[in-house]
Write a protein that binds this ligand. Structure first.
Ligand SMILES: Nc1ncnc2c1ncn2[C@@H]1O[C@H](COP(=O)(O)OP(=O)(O)OP(=O)(O)O)[C@@H](O)[C@H]1O
Ligand SMILES: *[C@@H]1O[C@H](CO)[C@@H](O)[C@H](O)[C@H]1NC(C)=O
Ligand SMILES: *[C@@H]1O[C@H](CO)[C@@H](O)[C@H](O)[C@H]1NC(C)=O
Ligand SMILES: *[C@@H]1O[C@H](CO)[C@@H](O)[C@H](O)[C@H]1NC(C)=O
Ligand SMILES: *[C@@H]1O[C@H](CO)[C@@H](O)[C@H](O)[C@H]1NC(C)=O
Ligand SMILES: *[C@@H]1O[C@H](CO)[C@@H](O)[C@H](O)[C@H]1NC(C)=O
Ligand SMILES: *[C@@H]1O[C@H](CO)[C@@H](O)[C@H](O)[C@H]1NC(C)=O
Ligand SMILES: *[C@@H]1O[C@H](CO)[C@@H](O)[C@H](O)[C@H]1NC(C)=O
Ligand SMILES: [Mg+2]
Length: 673
C-alpha cells in the first residue's frame, strides 16, 4: 500500500491507533489468524507456526527459513490444514496467498537456491532434500503426480537439470521442480506497462501475490518491491486446473533451502485467504529485514575491499618503487673499491643534498671557473660548510685527483681553508670545505657597495697570512704542495678576518726532490709566471710569481690586468714599475686607503710584489725569504727599478698565453675575474 510521503506520518499515527484497538479487542499477539479459511501473519512473534529444519522465528518476529549456512532446509506451515474444495470430488476453490519476503546473500551476485510457497497434503518433508530440491522433493518423489504439491518457486540459482531459465526467476511448479512456466523476477509498471527487473537477492523486501481463480482455472503470480501496490499485470499467468493436484485436505506452507553457498531467507509477513483477496500488509506492523550490512558486511565487503586494497597496494608499491628509484637516482653516487682508504673523508651525497637543501639557488655562494659553490649546514654536526661541485669528464685522472685532495685534506694551518672531504658522482666531484663567513677577498677589494674597504693594517695582515699559508704548503709539510691558483678570489676571510688560502682543487702534489714537471697548465691569466706559460712547468716559484701579483693587487686595489678604454691591456706590474721608475711608487697605493698607511710597509709590499713577480724565476725570493722580509727578520735587499726591468719581455704574458691556448696545449685556464 503506497503512502504518499507527506501524509505518511499522519497515516501511520491513525494506523497505529487502529492497530492498538484491534490488538486490544481481538488479538493477544501481533500474529493473527483471521477467521476461517484465511490467516495473516504480521511478523511471527508468538505465532503457532509449525516450523522445522533451519526455520525459526527470530526475537524481532522475523521468520527465518534458513540462515547463511550451506545445505540447509527449513519449513514453516500454518498449523491447521485447509479444505480447498467445498466437498470431495469437486473443483478446487479460488485462493490467494501473499508473502513479504527478503533474501540476504553474503555475496553480491550469488544467491543460494531459493524458497517456495507450497500447498501440500502433509507437513512432513523430512525426506526432502535441500539445495536445488528446495526442501520439497527428493530424487524418488520428484515429478510423481501422487505427491500433490503445488508450489511457486522463488529461485536464485540456475539449475539446468530442472531447466531453470536463469538465476533470478519466479516459477509455477506442479509436483515437480521443472516449472510449468517461469519468468525472470520483475514486475510490470501499472502506468507505462514497462517491465522492471528485480533482483531477488538484493536484500530488499519484496511482496509476492499468488492467486488461483477456481472458476477460470487460472494461476496468476505477481511480484513487486514491498510497499508498492500489487501490479495489475501479473508476472506469471497460467491457465491450469489445480483440482487434480491439490489434495482434499491441504497444508499451506513455506520452504527454503541453501546449497553450496548459503543465504538467509526471511519472511516478514504472510497471508492467505480462500475466495477473496488477502488482507494488505502495513509497513509499521511488520518486522524489519536485517540490513545486508549487518549480516553480510564482512563477507560482502571482502569482494569489494579486496580489489580496492589490491589496487591501492599495487599503486603504493609502484609509488614506493618510483620514489625509491628517483631517490636512488637523486642521491646516486660513484663509489669504488680504491676509495675505501679515504672512507672518513667521504661524504654521502644525501647529506650534502640535505645540507644545501637540494643545492638551492639561495644557497649559492658563487660560481668559479670549475663549478658552483654552495653554502650548507651539516645537520649531524651542525657545522657550516662550503660545497663545491666540480664537473669532470675524464675518469682516469680521478683516482689520483681524489688521492691528492684527500692528502691535502690532512693539511692543517691557520691560513689555509680546511678541506673536510669529498663526494663523487657520475661526471661530478664534490668538494666540501670549511665555510668562510666573510667570503673571498676580491669582494672587499673591488666591490664598492657591500663591503667596507679594508684598511692598511688588515691588508698587511692578509698579505702576511697568505704568505704564511703558502710557506706552509711549500715547505713546512712533508710534501711540497704547489697551490697553482693563488689569487684574490681564492683568499677567503674567516670570522676573525684572517686570510685563508683556499681552493686546492687545482693544486698538484709533489714529493720532495722529484721532477716537478706537469702535464697540464692550470691557473688564472694575469697570475701566470712566464716560464709556466712557456713550458707548462709549475714550481713553488710560479706560486711566488702569483703571490707577487696578489700583493700588488691588495696594495694597489687594482686587478692584475686592466682593460683600458683604447682596448690596450694594462698590466698592473708594468704600471707599478713605471711609477717606481718615475720615483712615485707610493702613488700606486689604493686611493680607497685615503693615504692612511704605513709608508715603510707599503714600500716593502710594493717592492716585494715586484720582486716576487720578476720575469726570471731565479730572481724571485722563496716563500721562506718572503716571510722573513715581511716580519722584518731580514732586511729587504736594496733594489733599483733597473734590476727588475732587465729581463722583462716585450710579449705580455696574456698575448703569449693566448697563442698557447690556440695550440691546444693549455687546459684548465680561467680568465681572471
Ligand atoms: N670555503 C668557502 N667559504 C665561503 N665562501 C666560499 C668558499 N669557497 C668559495 N667561496 C665563495 O664561492 C665563490 C666561488 O668560488 P670558486 O672557487 O668556485 O671560484 P673562484 O675562486 O672565483 O675561481 P676558481 O674556480 O679559479 O677558484 C668564491 O668567490 C667565494 O665567494
Ligand atoms: C509473546 O509471548 C511471550 C511469552 O511467551 C509474552 O511475554 C509476550 O508478551 C507475547 N507477545 C505478544 C506480542 O503477545
Ligand atoms: C544456522 O543455523 C544452524 C541451526 O539451525 C546453526 O547451527 C548455525 O550455526 C547457523 N549459522 C549461522 C551462520 O548463523
Ligand atoms: C470421486 O471420483 C472418483 C473417480 O474420479 C470416484 O471413484 C468416487 O466415487 C467419487 N466420489 C464421490 C464421493 O463422488
Ligand atoms: C515423516 O515421514 C517419514 C518417512 O517419509 C517418517 O519416517 C517419519 O516418521 C515422518 N515423521 C512424522 C513426524 O510423521
Ligand atoms: C509415485 O508414488 C507412488 C506412491 O508414493 C508410487 O506408488 C508410484 O510408483 C510412484 N510413481 C513413480 C513413477 O515413481
Ligand atoms: C532484465 O534482465 C534481463 C536479464 O536477466 C535483461 O536481458 C533485460 O534487459 C533486463 N531488463 C531491464 C529493463 O533491465
Ligand atoms: C495499478 O492499477 C490498479 C487498478 O488500475 C490499482 O488497483 C493498483 O493500485 C495500481 N498499482 C500501482 C502500483 O499503481
Ligand atoms: Mg676559488
Amino acid at each position: 500500500m503506497p503512502v504518499p510521503g507527506e501524509n505518511r506520518r499522519c497515516f501511520l499515527a491513525v494506523l497505529h491507533f487502529f492497530t492498538i484497538i484491534l490488538i486490544i479487542i481481538t488479538f493477544p499477539s501481533s500474529t493473527a489468524a483471521i477467521g476461517d479459511g484465511q490467516f495473516a501473519y504480521y511478523g511471527f512473534s508468538n505465532s503457532s507456526l509449525t516450523v522445522d529444519g533451519a526455520a525459526m522465528v527470530l526475537p524481532g518476529g522475523l521468520l527465518q527459513l534458513t540462515n547463511s549456512t550451506a545445505n540447509m532446509k527449513g519449513h514453516a506451515f500454518h498449523p491447521t490444514p485447509f479444505r480447498l474444495r467445498k466437498s470431495p470430488n469437486t473443483t478446487v476453490q479460488s485462493f490467494s496467498a501473499s508473502l513479504v519476503f527478503g533474501i540476504i546473500s553474503p555475496y553480491i551476485d550469488l544467491g543460494s537456491q531459493g524458497m517456495v510457497f507450497l500447498v501440500a497434503p502433509s507437513t512432513n518433508f523430512s525426506d526432502a532434500l535441500p539445495a536445488q530440491y528446495l526442501g520439497l522433493f527428493n530424487t524418488r518423489n520428484i515429478g510423481n503426480r501422487s505427491n500433490h504439491v503445488f508450489a511457486v518457486e522463488i529461485d536464485t540459482i540456475l539449475n539446468s537439470e530442472f531447466m531453470d531459465i536463469d538465476d533470478n526467476h519466479i516459477g509455477i511448479d506442479i509436483c515437480d521442480l521443472r516449472s510449468m512456466t517461469s519468468r525472470p523476477a520483475g514486475y510490470y509498471d501499472n502506468s507505462t506497462g514497462g517491465f522492471h527487473n528485480l533482483s531477488l537477492i538484493s536484500g530488499e523486501a519484496m511482496q509476492i501475490w499468488i492467486d488461483y481463480d477456481g472458476g477460470a482455472k487460472q494461476i496468476d503470480v505477481a511480484l513487486a518491491p514491498f510497499k508498492m501496490a500489487k501490479p495489475t499485470k501479473p508476472l506469471l499467468s497460467m491457465p491450469y486446473d489445480l483440482s487434480s493436484v491439490i489434495s482434499d485436505v491441504a497444508y499451506v506452507g513455506l520452504s527454503a533451502a541453501t546449497g553450496l553457498a548459503g543465504s538467509s531467507h526471511y519472511i516478514l509477513g504472510w497471508s492467505f485467504s480462500m475466495n477473496g483477496p488477502t488482507p494488505p500488509f502495513f509497513t509499521a506492523q511488520l518486522p524489519d529485514l536485517p540490513r545486508r550490512a549487518q549480516e553480510a558486511s564482512r563477507r560482502k565487503v571482502l569482494p569489494i575491499i579486496v580489489p580496492i586494497v589490491t589496487a591501492t597496494s599495487v599503486l603504493l608499491i609502484t609509488l614506493a618503487v618510483f620514489l625509491f628509484v628517483r631517490r636512488r637516482l637523486r642521491y646516486a653516487e660513484l663509489r669504488e673499491d680504491w676509495e675505501i682508504q679515504f672512507g672518513p673523508h667521504r661524504f654521502s651525497f644525501k647529506d650534502l643534498y640535505f645540507a644545501t637543501e637540494g643545492f638551492k639557488n639561495s644557497h649559492l655562494l658563487g660560481t668559479g671557473g670549475f663549478g658552483r659553490v654552495y653554502k650548507g649546514l651539516l645537520s649531524k654536526s651542525n657545522m657550516q660548510i662550503a660545497v663545491k661541485r666540480v664537473s669532470h669528464e675524464s675518469r682516469q685522472g680521478i683516482r689520483e685527483f681524489v688521492a691528492e685532495i684527500v692528502s691535502i685534506g690532512r693539511l692543517r694551518h691557520r691560513n689555509i681553508v680546511q678541506l673536510l672531504g669529498y663526494c663523487r658522482r657520475k661526471d661530478e666531484l664534490i668538494l666540501v670545505y670549511e665555510y668562510m663567513p666573510h667570503g673571498s677577498l676580491d669582494k672587499y677589494l673591488y666591490c664598492h657597495s657591500n663591503h667596507p674597504t679594508l684598511d692598511w693594517i688588515q691588508r698587511f695582515r692578509i698579505i702576511k697570512g697568505v704568505a704564511s699559508g703558502l710557506l706552509y704548503l711549500h715547505g713546512d709539510w712533508e710534501k711540497v704542495v704547489i697551490h697553482r691558483d693563488v689569487k684574490a678570489s681564492n683568499v677567503l676571510l674567516d670570522a676573525e678576518m684572517n686570510a685563508r688560502l683556499g681552493d686546492f682543487g687545482l693544486a698538484r702534489l709533489y714529493d720532495h726532490g722529484t721532477d716537478m714537471q706537469t702535464t697540464h697548465l692550470v691557473g688564472t691569466i694575469g697570475y701566470l709566471a712566464p716560464e709556466l706559460v712557456r713550458r707548462g712547468k709549475a714550481s713553488p716559484l710560479t706560486d711566488v710569481f702569483a703571490f707577487g701579483i696578489f700583493v700588488l693587487e691588495v696594495t694597489c686595489g687594482r686587478r692584475p690586468i686592466e682593460h683600458k678604454m683604447n682596448s690596450d691591456k694594462l698590466l698592473l706590474v708594468d704600471w707599478v714599475m713605471d711609477c717606481w721608475n718615475e720615483g712615485s711608487l707610493l702613488e700606486t697605493m689604493d686611493p680607497k686607503l685615503q693615504n692612511e698607511y704605513d709608508a715603510d710597509e707599503a714600500c716593502l709590499a710594493l717592492k716585494l710584489g715586484l720582486l716576487c713577480s720578476h720575469q726570471s724565476p731565479a730572481a724571485r725570493p722563496s716563500m721562506w725569504h718572503v716571510m722573513q722580509y715581511l716580519n722584518h727578520d731580514l732586511p729587504f735587499p736594496e733594489l733599483a727599478p733597473m734590476d727588475m726591468v732587465q729581463n722583462r719581455q716585450v710579449d705580455s704574458p696574456v698575448a703569449y698565453c693566448q697563442s698557447v691556448v690556440s695550440d691546444g696545449t693549455i687546459s684548465g685556464l680561467s680568465e681572471g675575474r
